[in-house]
Structure formats: C-alpha cells, structure tokens
Design a protein around this ligand. Sequence first.
Ligand code: 3HC
Length: 688
Amino acid sequence: MSDSNKVRATDAGDGIRLITLDNPPVNALGYALCAELVPLVEAAAKDATVNTVVFTGANGMFSGGADVNDFSTPPTAETKTVRDVIEAMERSNKTFVAAIDGNALGGGFELALACDYRVATSKSRVGLPEIKLGLLPGAGGTQRLPRLIGANDALQMMLKGEMVKAPDALAKKILDEVVESDAVAAAEKYAGKPKRRISAMKTELGVANLGLFATPFVVAQAHMMVPLEENGGFAAHKLIDAVQAAIELPFARGWAREMRLFMELVVSPQSAALRHVFFAERELSKVPGLPKTEPLEIKKAAVIGAGTMGTGIAIVFAEAGIPVTVIETKDEAVEKSREMIFGMFKYQVDKGRLSQEDAWKRANSISFETDFSELGDVDIVVEAVFESMPVKKEVFAKLDAATKPEAILASNTSTLDIDEIAAATKRPGKVLGLHFFAPANIMKLLEIVRGKETSPQTLTTGIALGKKLRKVAVVSGNAFGFIGNRMLFEYEAQAVQLAEEGVSPARIDKVMKAKFGFAMGPFAVADLSGLDVYNFISQSQHGTPLGRIPIIAKLVEQGRLGQKSGAGFFKYDKAVGKGREAIPDPEVEQLIAQLAKEAGIPQNPNVTDEEIIARCTRALADSGAELVRTGVALRPGDIDIVWIYGYGFPPHHGGPMHYAKEVALRQAQGDNTPKTSHTTETKELTHA
Ligand code: 3HC
C-alpha cells in the first residue's frame, strides 16, 4: 500500500480501499495533496482486487476545500487540483463513497459529490462557501449540486455559501445516511453497490408549473436577488451563469464552462480582497510577543449599566451561555432593558432560531441588581456607563473593592484612556477595554484594548472570551478612539472638507454608499452616532473640529443632534422610512457654504465621484497607516477587519488598507484613475 505525506491509502478488506486525507489543520486539498491523490485514485482503478474506494479525513474533518493559499499561484500544466482528482474518479469504474466526519466544504464537498454515495456523522456540515471568497465552486459543485437537489435549491445554498448540518443535508437528499459515529464503518456498507455518478443525472429546476419559462425564471430571479456586479456581486452572477449551464448543457460542457468562470474569478481583485479578509480574520488572535498563558475561565459575568449598550452586552453573554448580573439603579432603565431582552429572545423564537425553552432559559440568565456588593463571585465585569472619565474612574474604584481579586474589569469606553481608568484600581493588570459596537448583540466587531499594564493572561482571556461570544475580536493599543473611531474621525473630517468645498453631503453619501459600497454614507453615520457625541469628542480633543469649519458645533447649537432629534446633516421625518431615511436639507448646505465662505475655503465644483472616493478612502488609509506605525494596530489586516465588521466597509474592496494597496498598485502600473470597482462601469451617479 502507498503511504505519503498528506494522503494514506489502506486496504480495509472485502475489496475496499480506504483513502484518508491527512493534511492538518483542515485537510485542504492543495496542489501538493492532489498530486498525491490522483495516482492513488488511478492505482485503485487499475487494481482488480478493489471494488470500492472510501474517502475519509483525519483531524476531525473531511476537508475544508481547496487550499486558498494556492489561488495566488497560477497552476502550471503539471499542477494537480481537485478537478484532476475528480476526473480520475469519473474515468474509474469503481464505486466511490464519502465517509464524512466533520466539515466537508468547498472542494472537499465537491469531492464527496463526485462519489456515488455519501455518509456523514450527525455533527458534520457540508457546503460550498466559495462565494465568501469571491469565487464559485470550481470542482464541479455548480454542475453536480443542481443535478442532485435541483437548480433552485442549489442556487440558494451556493449563493449564501451556506453550511448545511448533516441531518438537514440528509433531508435534502444530499447525504444518503447520517450516523452518530464511525462514518467509515457506515460507508463500508456501501461497498459493491452500483455506481451512481451525479454527472450522469439530469438537472431538475426544483420549481413547479412554469412550463417553458421555468429556466429563464429561475435564472433571472437569481440574478435579481444578488448585488450588482460592481457592488460585490461579481462572483454571484458568474455562479448563476455556471448553474444555467448545468440546466441547459450536457455535463461535460457545463464542467468546462464552470472552469472558465472559476478562472475569471480567481484572478479578480474582488476575490483577492475577500481572500485577504479570510486570512486577516484568522490572524487576529495571533499577538506577536504575547507569552502563552491559560485564559481565565469565565463562568459568570456582570455588566454595569442597563442602557442600550449594557443591555446588548448582557444579551451577548446570555447567548453564549454565561449568566450575567446587570447593575442598574434606575427602575425605569431596568424595565426598558427587560423589555429589550424579552423582545429580542422572542424574535429569535419567532424566527425559529431558538426553542421557546432555550429562549426562556437565556433571558432568565440575565438578572438585575442595584448594588455592587452582588458582584463578589463574578469572573468579569464590563462597565457600560456614561462616557465620562470621572464617572468611569468612580465605577472602577467601586468595582475593585466589590469583586474578587482575580476578576477582570473591562470598560466598554469608545474613546477614553484605559490606563487612566485602570489607575483607579489596585489591579491594573486585570483591566482592559472591551469595546462593543451598537447594537452589541448584532454587531460582530469587538475591539479589545490593551492597556500598558494589561497582563498577558487578561489579554488572552479577552481574546478567548471574544471567540466564546462569537465576536470578531481585534486587539488595539490604548490610543484615543482606538482603531475604529480614531479612523472614523479622520474619515468624517475628510467628508466635511469635501462639503466645505461645495460638494453636498447628500452627494458624498450617495457616492460612498451606492458607488463605493459602504453600508451608509459618512454624513448618515454621523447623524446616527449623534452630532453631540462628535462635538463632545472634538471638545475633549482640545476643540479640534472635524474639517476646517465648526459646522458640527453650529448644528448642535441649533439642536440638530442627528437622527435622534429628527435633524442633523440631513432631515428625518417619521413618515419617511420610519424616521431613519436621510432627507437632504438645503438649509444645512447653505450653512456650510456660508461658513466656508467666511473661512475663505476655495470651492471645487467639478469634483468627480472618483475624487470623492479617493479622498475619503485615502483619509482612512493614512490614518490606518499611522496606527500601524505607532503600534496601536498590530497589522494592516486588523484595521481592514475593524472597518468591514464595525463600519460597513465593503468586503469586496478588502478593507481600507487593502484597498489603498490595490489603488497604489494600479497607479504604479500606469492606471491613474482611482476606480471604485473592477467593472467597466464609469458613468457618474446622478448627483443629488
Ligand atoms: N485553505 C487554506 N487554509 C485553510 C482553509 C483552506 N480552505 N480552511 C482553513 N484554513 C486554515 C486557516 O487559515 C487557519 O490557519 P491558521 O491556523 O494558520 O490561522 C486554519 O486552517 C484553521 O482555520 P480556522 O481558524 O478557520 O478553523 P475553524 O475550526 O474555526 O474553521 C473551517 C474550520 C470551517 C474549515 C474554516 O476554516 C473555513 O470555513 N475554511 C474555509 C472553507 C472554504 O471556504 N472552503 C472553500 C475553499 S475554495 C475551494 O474549495 C475551491 C474549489 O471549489 C475548487
């Protein structure tokens, strides 16, 4: 039998050849592994003593798919990929069975789909998440899954990049059998059964009663459902094209079409950006120089303050199964908080995400108390009171006295100095920032702020807790605004400067949202956060205004605090978009023009959409570069993650640092136009 580095082949008796993928950590089907696997499949095909090949995976995993690192190296004529493995299987006359224990994703699942039978343990998941990397399944997934479960269901699954749990996959007939344990033993029972290649099947649409129009309907509906090509939908439209081929063409032609479309995506800037995001996210927990220590076990938590933020944080703990005590002295606040908690858990039940029983248990794991003396047994406290240094210092001094010495004390401050807060305690090594983003139970981002005294164990606990709370946790140094808000101020300042030069806030927002792809424009963000907050912060920063004119101070003076007061940079009307839709306000534009005139700011009436994007994104990248230079951010990739998960930066541009690198590269290659996307779309948006 053949033994090699990444794959093992053994004879299991009764004509069964067991091939085990063993390429830690996720048995990625990289070029090197496939180069070993192709000859093993071919050898089994030639071996008359073999009638069935069973594939399985070591390391608690079937396979996480093709090796994403390989996509940066173009394959040569000699390179072997999952497609070569699958072609060798198609040429073979043996029966193939996949024994899945753990995840079978991407190319791993495509390998399983090329098998005649699929068996999995109940904890396993299968899926084609390539779309999240700006790709489409490129080893037959777009051709086989529609043949197996119908084009409509296959499209939904692939467009969402959904990972389907084994029992659900069984119900969808993706799997033939689900067992509690020992998938290999169950798979071996399929030995000698007849071949049943999906490639020989015909694609059903999976929709009823549409007659001749069924195919165009399914395809057109899918194209309408996904974002525009230039707004992050580049891969989705190609994926739909590939599925259309599965419906309309014989397998061999669809297989070839899929390959061409896949290759177009691999070299696309959008996929490069999304692959960068994938790896950046996995780097986050690696803190250079952090000594290895065991994190403190968090069995019980507390939150100080039952405002919107405190309540959201309490929900996050409850959802992670950590009981939490909320300290709040005002009855009215407790009442509101309870309403929010029960409303949120009821919503989860209504959506079918939680059983009534689990929701009740979780909601009741949040208790309310008025006195710090109740905190003697908690392992961590997150303070979420008013953003004021004296208030926070008082709270931390009280917490220091009330909690056990090993408890960690965290602040949810978004701007204040963690070291100064820590100095109010006798345990500065146990203090750190845990900056949640509103609404805390929805937003994925968590900034973990490391003070100068924060101990390795406290930081390690913060990182482990972030994972347990299912947050994307980014470590930041202790500097004004940390990573996200520090950059937000520079970004907003640039937007204000553009407005001073005569560009309307409505146009700037429209360009940054509709053309560049941000979730919201900068002025809508300012209105949502509250202009009083910006004003307060700029006063605490020695009165430095955002931009060159005191526009925010003036708006606040007029009672225009943003969305919450019905007016800020924009107007809000309860009758329009539930009071959340930004309505351009000529009065504000006039005020900006007047202040700009008084300040002698030259006007720039011919500014292009591309310049607006270039200036706003450059402001972000410059301030990000400064954060990396000064050690506040560990890596440019961390900044990208903060902006994608916390501020709605379009993931297909890879984050502000990745985007700046891309633009610089394009300029170095002689393309001086700072394009917003990689399509032929160049026409200006209609200016608001
Ligand atoms: N290629 C290369 N490296 C991979 C990988 C892949 N497909 N999947 C995971 N890894 C690496 C991660 O980078 C990480 O490396 P590190 O330890 O050096 O940081 C390590 O494996 C562990 O990954 P996670 O931290 O994500 O581990 P989890 O246990 O939390 O999750 C997982 C495991 C669910 C498999 C998750 O890693 C995942 O979703 N992976 C990507 C799956 C995917 O997108 N597959 C499609 C690939 S493209 C493809 O197959 C194309 C084909 O159609 C031709």
